[in-house]
Write a protein that binds this ligand. Structure first.
Ligand code: KIV
Length: 271
């Protein structure tokens, strides 16, 4: 039997057991009650309330504008839809970079006001003090290395990270530091599969990849990308499981047609 099926609720310990058992971890983003409910009932291991909400929910170009209050709104909606999976919330840009006290205060607000189970933040050595302080307050932390979208203006582009030796070496070192600091898992975003394999084999906590190849312990996709809600984004790493934009367009066009033709509502659809 799979580790997922054995447990009533997915915890950070369940994820460690999955890594040990060689069972891949499934993670998807969600930002509202209704989708969270569907994903949880479908059996997903982790829902990430990602700061990608800034892009896919609010229409911003980057993840930078989303605020802590807005993340708390999304996260509390998600938590109300979930019975079983682990819910992780991104600390948004500006809510933790100042110092470790700010990082802890933002985390405490998320934990108190949303009911989520863990937080995620971007970066390695530079956020280590914050990671340790948050974990010492009893909150599980997920790391995020490789392409870290909150640093987009430093990188300049969303292309694959850590192709050069120096950046790859820093990433390997950062993964070990995050593990030593007590992180329970690390997201690896848009890095070569061979590097993700080395990192995954060098640490005992799970790696969750997005555009980081098949050797990671789990995978994460943004729901709007994998469900085909956002059809303009077509990177190589994305597998699209539905063309929801097309299906919803068809459904709404049928509704418009039925209203205009006076077919809807009919006699059985009225009181
Ligand atoms: O915000 C987000 O959706 C993320 C994933 C891409 C990992 O951080």
């Amino acid at each position: 039997m799979s580790v997922n099926k054995e447990v009533k609720k997915i915890t950070t310990n369940t994820l460690l057991k999955m890594k040990t058992a060689g069972e891949k971890i499934s993670m998807i983003t969600a930002y509202d009650f209704s989708f969270a409910k569907i994903f949880d009932a479908a059996g997903i291991d982790i829902i990430l309330v990602g700061d990608s909400a800034s892009n896919v929910m609010a229409g911003h170009e980057t993840t930078l504008p989303i605020t802590l209050d807005q993340m708390i709104y999304h996260a509390s909606s998600v938590v109300r839809g979930v019975d079983r999976c682990l819910v992780i919330v991104d600390l948004p840009f500006g809510a933790y970079q100042g110092n470790s006290k700010e990082a802890l205060n933002s985390t405490i607000r998320i934990m108190k006001e949303t009911g989520a189970h863990a937080i995620k933040l971007e970066g390695g050595e530079e956020v280590l003090e914050s990671v340790k302080r948050i974990i010492s307050a009893g909150v599980p932390v997920m790391g995020h290395l490789g392409l870290t979208p909150q640093s987009i203006y430093k990188f300049g582009t969303y292309t694959v990270r850590a192709k050069e030796e120096a950046e790859a070496d820093k990433l390997k070192k950062d993964a070990l530091l995050l593990q030593e600091a007590g992180c329970f898992a690390i997201v690896l975003e848009k890095i070569p599969a061979s590097l993700a394999k080395k990192v995954t084999e060098s640490i005992s906590i799970p790696t969750i990849g997005i555009g980081a190849g098949k050797y990671c312990d789990g995978q994460v996709l943004v729901m709007h990308d994998m469900l085909g809600i956002n059809t303009e984004f077509k990177p190589r790493f994305l597998r699209q499981y539905l063309n929801m934009a097309q299906q919803v367009t068809g459904a709404v066009q049928n509704y418009i047609k039925d209203v205009k033709s006076k077919d809807f509502p009919n006699e059985n659809e009225q009181y």
